[in-house]
Design a protein around this ligand. Structure first.
Ligand SMILES: [Zn+2]
Length: 79
């Protein structure tokens, strides 16, 4: 998948935080992660060049780099 369209799933996730250049969404509808196909917990959409993440132990991450933004999907290991 080289051109993921986040807007296709945007209406199914809830915006938690918006800093202007990055936005954090919560998945309350078991939307499938476009990277691995499993439902994700949160998605971070970022246009920043760098991003600091502080994952909990037992958390796994899927990354997708688009043309102008990075999307990070988080999964709890027991999901
Ligand atoms: Zn995933």
């Amino acid at each position: 998948m080289d051109q993921m369209d986040f807007s296709a799933i945007r209406h199914r996730v809830k915006l938690l935080e918006d800093t202007g250049r990055s936005r954090l969404f919560e998945n309350r509808d078991a939307v499938a992660c476009p990277v691995c196909g499993q439902p994700f917990d949160q998605a971070l959409v970022s246009r920043n060049d760098t991003e600091q993440l502080a994952p909990d132990a037992g958390l796994s991450l899927c990354l997708h780099r688009g043309t102008d933004r990075m999307v990070v999907f988080t999964h709890a290991d027991d999901s």
